[in-house]
Design a protein around this ligand. Sequence first.
Ligand code: MN
Ligand code: MN
Length: 462
Amino acid sequence: MEPKLTCDPKSCWEIYDTKKHRKAMEDVCGRYRDFLSRCKTEREVVAWGQNILKAKGFSEDFSSDLVMRDHRGKTLFFARKGKRPLSDGIRLIGSHADSPRVDFKQHPLYEECEVGLAKTHYYGGIKKYQWFSRPLALHGVIAKTNGETVHISIGDDPVDPVFVIADLLPHLSQKQNEQKVSEAFEAEKMNIYLGHAPAEEKKEADEKDDDSTDRIKRNILQLLNKKYGIVEEDLYSAEIQAVPAGPAREVGLDTSMIGSYGQDDRICVFTSMEAFLESPEPEYTQVVIFWDKEEIGSDGSTGAQSLFFEYCMEDLIDAWEPETKFRNVMNKTRALSSDVHSALDPDYQEVHEKLNASRLGYGPVFCKFTGHRGKYGANDAHAEYVAWLRRILNEAGVPWQMAELGRVDLGGGGTVAKYLAIYGMNIIDFGPGILSMHSPFEISSKMDVYATVLAYKVFLKN
Ligand code: MN
Ligand code: MN
């Protein structure tokens, strides 16, 4: 067929307007909501992935054809052997499992004005005001000196209590109202309400080290001790994250959208896992990786700038094809940095340049380059690679769109793409557009979830 002279993108709602597609879309989005509701930290995402893969026969034995490996429970690598040798390159999809949130400080507990509180330090790019006056859940781990790691999850089970960062009443906000948003909400005022009732008098009298002050904090410590067997010093070796409490929800009278915390980038984690599970017996070896620390620059031993991926690939090559060089595999590798894009926002259209903005419900979005101000800090995917991707998706009839993050010089962003590009592989950012990104309740289109799974399947197959 002759290609069309002009390109007129079509909404997935039109393309997939059949009962069969709608049913398949609802099925995948049901699983997606369940995943979002249960996995609120990178550790929980990695455990979720490991459980699924283990049940499918994946193991840590790199001499087998189905392998997986985690690093510190925060990042996950898994692979399925293809018919072709590794020297022909692999198909790689990399997303990130961490999301912006509010972390406990290492010395969190104190009491003030009859309230027991926890000091926090936010993680990633948040708009601080969005985190006040809303129910929060606490997820994380506390590592004890005896080697035991206690897992914490309070606030997401409907019978659990929740937590909150309280906001200032409007009656006394006159001064705050006149401040700049960046100054009006102070990080050091983002303290989480943990309790209010003092420790019981009797119990207290029994304790010799009691100084009869801080009875609310003492009560909180007693409760934590009873529930988890921990003492205050154990919090120094804890990673406790405050995240929005409650499940992912359908949004709109037509239930066409999904609203949830953490869709950046768990929408790509989930869709790449779905696509991977549905793509057995591949031509090329498939590798999927869920990174940590993307939201704070991909640093650390579990971020995309670490050598974890390289070590995994080296072991894979040693086990499968020891004569092949790592660099040769990388050179022929085709990869997707699967991360979210910002969909055209009906209320803030002025921050987008509409011709190059992505639209909700128009399928996953290619972002040829990210970065800011003159493409600084960008991975810029090669035109030839973009052409190949266009071809395989068009041949499969799967919709996609091409867009830029926002108006030039208004801001910008980065992903893991540039950290993988250094190996010489072909890589491009490709993921659904969402609204209200980095907020406690991000919005996605069900159709984009569906189309993204289909697109990743096409990629893994070709
Ligand atoms: Mn992201
Ligand atoms: Mn992000």
